[in-house]
Every structure is written in structure tokens, then in C-alpha cells.
Write a protein that binds this ligand. Structure first.
Ligand SMILES: [Zn+2]
Length: 537
């Protein structure tokens, strides 16, 4: 039995009815007691003691929707994000550098750009990618991961030709003569990303695969995250997680959202459920539409900005309803990406048909993102008992692009306060690598709702600091059926916690992203520390 008392800290327990706490006792990876320091110490006179010197302890932070494997995979890609790469010439230089270190047979890869943040205000073209990387395939992923640009060699290898019509569920960018300009939207882009990821992972040895998972895990741990949903789990990435788990290399508890077309494989392989206390596959992921920043979310009406469509809806109502019913009947929690109002409407129809028995939403079926869930839709979602997993951090990172694309409905996007008032359980997440996985940025944005240009998006939707922290603790745990184990600091729960050098509930909101993570502790064991607090533990 190992016992550790953590004291001399500010404990933000997030428990519903907890009194003030000055110390916490950890026994065998779980919280055995939390409360007055003398009482906690008296409960374990022989325990080792760690003094925090006034630092703040919050429940281990939870990212309820990100792409953990992709974070590790794209960590090796050229950083083409803004403001780091302000213009296309910088992107070209970064791709040139990446070409030197990319093994033969793999595509030269860059990621993270948003065309409206570039000095040129447009997507780079195939010709510009050819100048940087001639003769071998190169891909530049859009920050949304709903679009990308290919050079000529990549277009050829992907089998895309100038005269080809737009594929189902996707679109190609074209020049004034109708030739492909290299930009690929939605379904064909997903297929490419998945194929490249799968091919690169297959080419890696076990060591490199574990390295990819470990890189992602360390990055998230350094940001205070102790749990994460991987919103895109497939056979190959599941294999990488399972290997890392067996080797004790997971720095978070991973809750896998298994992509819908992988469910038959998962069940046939007997791999549904909890594999360990750090790896679980109990949920299914479906995409109903495209992305907000790629302007492919399925909306009523048309976008006033390029590509001027109404977005892309992947499934008609009946087909989606059949899928949801089927997964629900097989015991899965269903998590559906839905951004535009037209997609959200379709998803709510599918959930309403599935949950028609009136017993509420016991599997906690979720809407992922919910960007344009306007008031009447939010009321319907609340009546169905929906859980919505959304991304406050989009507001600073992508909000100016949303404002351009949504015009006078901009203040009704991501309306967290209204959703909560309507009765929806809202959980926080990052969707990384779409944006940074830093939960402190998400917490700040939920409170301030300022874009990078300083515009206020939906001022009435700002949350108080405590609600903003709840998004990444209690509510995120609920969204993953883990509220009896994580999300708050209470006796019996897992000893997952994050030590911060300031209390985010008392900091000036604009300063929250500058709060330092001193340690991230998973089941009583530090998985990250930037200080000496837990040295030797
Ligand atoms: Zn996502």
C-alpha cells in the first residue's frame, strides 16, 4: 500500500457540496480523503508528505474530443500554422525543410494553415506546392482537417485528374480554366489523410508507433490533461494505443470514439469495452457534415464566402437514423460530428427517432461541436437529454473566420450559456490538432469569447470561470461515463489531478493561458512535472 498526503495547496475540488480542503490523501492511486489538513494527516500518520507551497490543485483536466493519434502524427509535419507561417513563401520554405527529413515513399506533409489568416488571404495552390516540393507527393493540411492542398505528384498518386467531376461528399478547388488547383475538401481529403496515416503507421516499427503515441501523450500531459477522447479511433491507431498501453506508455486515460465503419472489425475482434484503466472503446463516431472553418458545415442558406456552398451533409435523415438505431441497439454511445444547423437538425431527428421510447438518453449520445445549434435546435437537444461536446478554443483561433462565414448569426454560434440554460450538458474539448490542445486557452475563451482580432463573439454567451472549468472536468467526465471516477476531487475517485501555479478561478481571465502547469498526476503518479514538487515520487 502506498500512501501520499498532498498539502499546503489550494484545492479546487469541483465537487458539488465539498467544504474547503487543505490536504488530500492518496492511497493506491485513488483519493482516500480530502479536507482539513489535520484530519487528512491523522488518517494516515505513516504517509509520505508532499507540500505544494500554495500551488492550486484542480481535477485532472479532460479533453472530451481531440485526435490524440493525429497530434502525435502531425507533430512530425511541417508547422504551417499562422502566425508562425504568415505567408505562402514561409509555407514553401517549411515544406522544403520537411522534404529533407521525410522518408522516401511517405508524402511530404505540412499542416495547420488557415487561408484567411495568410497574408495572401487564399489557399496556396498546387503550383506553389510544386515549387517547394517538385517531383514527389506533398500535402498541406488545412487547420480544420476538412481540407488540404496537394501538389501535382500527390494529385497524380491520389488519382485526381483535371476533368474529373467532384466526388461524392467532397469537392475540388479549380482554377479559372476548370483545372484542379490542388485544394481538396471533405470526403476525399479524409480518405487521403486516413490512408497516409495508416501507411505511415504501418511503415513504422513498434518503437516508432509507441513514439507517436508517447509524443502525443507527453504534449497533452504538459498541458495538464489526464484524460482524452480520441475522436477518430481506427484499427491501426487502436493498435498503436494498445501497444503503448501494454508497455505502460500512455500518459492519459484514452476514451476511444471508434469510427463507424470500424465497428464490425471491433466487435469481431472482441475489442469493445474497457481494455485497462487507460484505454477504452465504448463509443462510436459518425460525421454528419463538414467543418466551420473550411465552410463545409451543412447550413440552411449559403455561405457569403468561398466556396459559396451550403456545406456537405454526409447522410440523409433515414440513413443516419438507421445507423444510430443500430449502434444504440448494440450498446454503443453514439457521438456525431454536427456543425451546421442543417446537419444538427438531421442528427436531432435521428436521435429523436432512436430515443422515442421516452426513457431519456441513457447511453449519453452526443453531438460533437454543435457550432450553429441555434435556440430552437438547442431546445430540442435539451429535451432529448443530449450531451454536447464543444470547443471554446475555436473562438480565439478560428472565430474571425466564423464571423465572416456566418454574418449576422455570428453571435449565436457556440452559445454555451444558452445551451446550459436550456438544460444541455456541455463538455469542453479542443479538437486538436485542429487547434492547440491547451485546455487553459479553452477555459479563457469560454469566459471571454474574444477572437484573435479582438472581436467579441456572442457576449451573452460568456461563462463564469467555474462553469468554464467544469467543461474540462465534471462535464467532460460525464460525457465519457466516467463521473464516478474522474472530473472532481472526491474520496474514492482516481487520483488524477493537475497542479497549477495560480488558481484559474481567481486569475484575470486573459492571464489564464499563462498559468504554469507544475505537475500532471495520473492515478497518483506524476506523468509530467515542470517543478520539483513530486521529484522522486
Ligand atoms: Zn474532431
Amino acid at each position: 500500500m502506498t500512501e501520499l498526503v498532498v498539502e499546503d495547496g489550494v484545492f479546487v475540488t469541483m465537487a458539488a457540496d465539498a467544504g474547503p480542503a487543505g490536504a488530500m490523501l492518496i492511497r493506491d492511486g485513488r483519493i482516500a480523503a480530502i479536507g482539513q489538513a489535520e484530519a487528512v494527516r491523522a488518517a494516515a500518520p505513516g504517509a509520505a508528505v508532499v507540500r505544494l507551497g500554495g500551488a492550486t490543485v484542480v481535477p485532472g483536466l479532460i479533453d472530451a474530443h481531440c485526435h490524440v493519434a493525429d497530434v502525435g502524427y502531425l507533430a512530425a509535419a511541417a508547422d504551417c500554422s499562422q502566425p508562425s507561417a504568415p505567408e505562402i513563401a514561409t509555407i514553401q520554405a517549411r515544406l522544403r525543410e520537411a522534404a529533407d527529413r521525410t522518408p522516401e515513399g511517405s508524402w511530404v506533409t505540412g499542416s495547420g494553415y488557415a487561408e484567411y489568416e495568410l497574408r495572401e488571404g487564399r489557399h496556396p495552390t498546387r503550383a506553389e506546392l510544386d515549387q517547394a516540393v517538385p517531383g514527389r507527393p506533398a500535402v498541406l493540411y488545412h487547420t480544420s482537417l476538412h481540407a488540404c492542398v496537394l501538389n501535382t505528384a500527390a494529385l497524380r498518386e491520389a488519382g485526381f485528374a483535371d476533368r474529373q467531376p467532384d466526388p461524392a461528399g467532397g469537392a475540388f478547388g479549380r482554377d479559372s480554366q476548370g483545372r484542379l488547383d490542388g485544394v481538396v475538401y471533405e470526403a476525399p481529403m479524409f480518405a487521403l489523410f486516413e490512408r497516409n496515416l495508416r501507411r505511415d503507421i504501418a511503415r513504422m516499427g513498434a518503437g516508432a508507433r509507441a513514439g507517436l503515441v508517447r509524443t502525443a501523450g507527453q504534449r497533452l500531459a504538459a498541458l495538464g490533461l489526464t484524460s482524452a477522447c480520441d475522436a477518430d479511433l481506427r484499427r491501426d491507431t487502436f493498435g498503436a494505443f494498445a501497444e503503448a498501453d501494454a508497455a505502460g506508455l500512455l500518459s492519459q486515460r484514452i476514451y476511444g470514439l471508434v469510427v463507424h465503419d470500424q465497428v464490425d472489425w471491433l466487435l469481431a475482434a472482441g475489442l469493445r469495452g474497457r481494455h485497462s484503466d487507460r484505454l477504452a472503446t465504448e463509443a462510436v463516431k459518425i460525421w454528419a457534415d463538414g467543418g466551420m472553418s473550411s465552410r463545409t458545415a451543412a447550413i440552411h442558406g449559403t455561405y457569403p464566402v468561398p466556396p459559396h456552398g451550403s456545406g456537405i451533409l454526409y447522410f440523409e435523415r433515414d440513413e443516419l437514423t438507421e445507423m444510430v438505431r443500430d449502434f444504440d441497439a448494440r450498446g454503443f454511445q453514439v457521438c456525431i460530428h454536427a456543425q451546421g444547423d442543417r446537419a444538427i437538425e438531421t442528427v436531432l431527428d435521428a436521435y429523436a427517432a432512436t430515443l422515442a421510447g421516452g426513457a431519456g438518453n441513457p447511453r449519453r449520445h452526443r453531438i460533437e461541436h454543435g457550432g450553429a445549434m441555434y435556440p430552437p435546435l438547442a431546445d430540442r437537444a435539451a429535451a432529448l437529454g443530449m450531451v454536447v461536446v464543444s470547443q471554446p478554443g475555436f473562438l480565439s483561433a478560428l472565430g474571425d473566420g466564423f464571423a465572416a462565414a456566418f454574418g449576422d448569426r455570428r453571435d449565436q454560434l457556440y452559445s454555451f450559456a444558452s445551451w446550459q440554460r436550456a438544460g444541455i450538458t456541455v463538455a469542453g474539448s479542443s479538437d486538436a490538432p485542429v487547434i492547440t490542445p491547451d485546455p487553459l486557452i479553452g477555459i479563457r475563451d469560454a469566459i471571454l469569447r474574444r477572437t484573435s482580432d479582438g472581436r467579441l463573439l456572442g457576449p451573452a454567451e460568456r461563462l463564469p470561470a467555474r462553469d468554464a472549468l467544469a467543461l474540462y472536468t465534471t462535464r467532460a467526465a460525464y460525457a465519457c461515463h466516467r463521473e464516478s471516477e474522474t472530473g472532481s476531487l472526491e474520496p474514492g475517485k482516481l487520483a488524477d489531478f493537475t497542479v497549477l501555479d495560480k488558481n484559474p478561478l481567481e486569475a484575470e481571465p486573459g492571464q489564464i493561458p499563462g498559468i504554469r502547469v507544475l505537475a500532471t498526476v495520473l492515478g497518483g503518479t506524476p506523468v509530467y512535472q515542470s517543478s520539483d514538487i513530486f521529484r522522486g515520487r
